[in-house]
Design a protein around this ligand. Sequence first.
Ligand code: CP3
Length: 346
Amino acid sequence: MIENDLFLRACRRESVSRIPVWYMRQAGRYQPDYRDVRKRYSLIEICENPEICVQVTLSPVKQLGVDAAILFSDIMVPIAPMGMPFEIQKDRGPVMEHPIRQASDIERLRPIDPESDLPYVLETIRILARELKVPLLGFAGGPFTLASYMIEGGPSRDYLRTKAMMYGEPKMWYGLMDRLGDMVITYLRAQIQAGASAVQIFDSWVGSLAPDDYAEYVLPTMERIFSELADLHAPRIYFGVTTGELLPLFAKAGADVYGVDWRVPIRTARGKLGRNVAIQGNLDPAVLLAPWPEIQRRAESIIDMGIEQPGFVFNLGHGVFPSVSGEQLQRLTTFVHEYSERALRG
Ligand SMILES: Cc1c2[nH]c(c1CCC(=O)O)Cc1[nH]c(c(CCC(=O)O)c1C)Cc1[nH]c(c(CCC(=O)O)c1C)Cc1[nH]c(c(C)c1CCC(=O)O)C2
């Protein structure tokens, strides 16, 4: 039962008494108890075991006092039931056994049925929805970001194979975008119907595209995804990294909230996105390694810009990383609550 709905109110641009805060990748290796669990289970085994997955999802909420939980999973989880096995390699990320190389690799991709393909994800969400006092975020990867792993075969810096297909084999590319768009719609609808109160699309690597190419090759699929999720009335968040030049096009995708990284100031992001959406972000996670006064100074500046208009959620500009101190995150969470409460009182 949700008792603290600040996050949902901010996503809907309603008035709040203080700014809600959560952190991307708030569950992970910076936590000693997460590292203990990972000694016994792989990441995928955690995701496939509702009892463990619930505890991993709950632990940062209890430890940090954040205003939202995010389902512990990975963007690659629904790719396996589409017919593409993968593994998560330590300190590297997702690696595909047989990356996409030809049209038949795309044609053989299957639609997912979350209840039969991913029952453990929906069971985890149902348990969390009963136990949590703050909203639960579900999530999926963005089609471009997912395609980059499926085509490159693993993490990439320049996405050469992905872009070669996008620019040179548009029929194949749109066939892949259509299938991944269908999967994201089906997967997020199932997460919301199981109990997620909001959803986020992590399109982490889409910032590698030029605006015209994003508009041509990716935006139509994003418009379809957000439009197909509208009737469920769960806030839809769209996040990417290095997306400053894409934001005017991001605004056309139809999300309710846009997550931005530290490269674009909140005020500038609002200018590019327009006034009728909420903003989430955008502390550079590396700042968490600086002394507390520097963290506080930057958090104040972000909050001062965030509260200039209704619809602001404090977050990092990308995920928490392993060497971050849990104590600093705890201190930052308390600071955001206290500083924003005073600032909003005027
Ligand atoms: C690009 C991406 C992936 N997965 C995800 C993204 C988008 C978010 C982002 O951009 O950071 C999404 C994701 N994956 C994971 C989360 C955590 C959710 C939560 O906070 O509970 C989230 C939000 C678990 C995970 N997924 C992964 C970890 C790493 C720790 C581990 O292997 O246990 C976690 C906590 C593995 C993974 N998975 C992926 C990569 C690149 C890696 C390796 C990077 C790393 O090692 O941190 C793909």
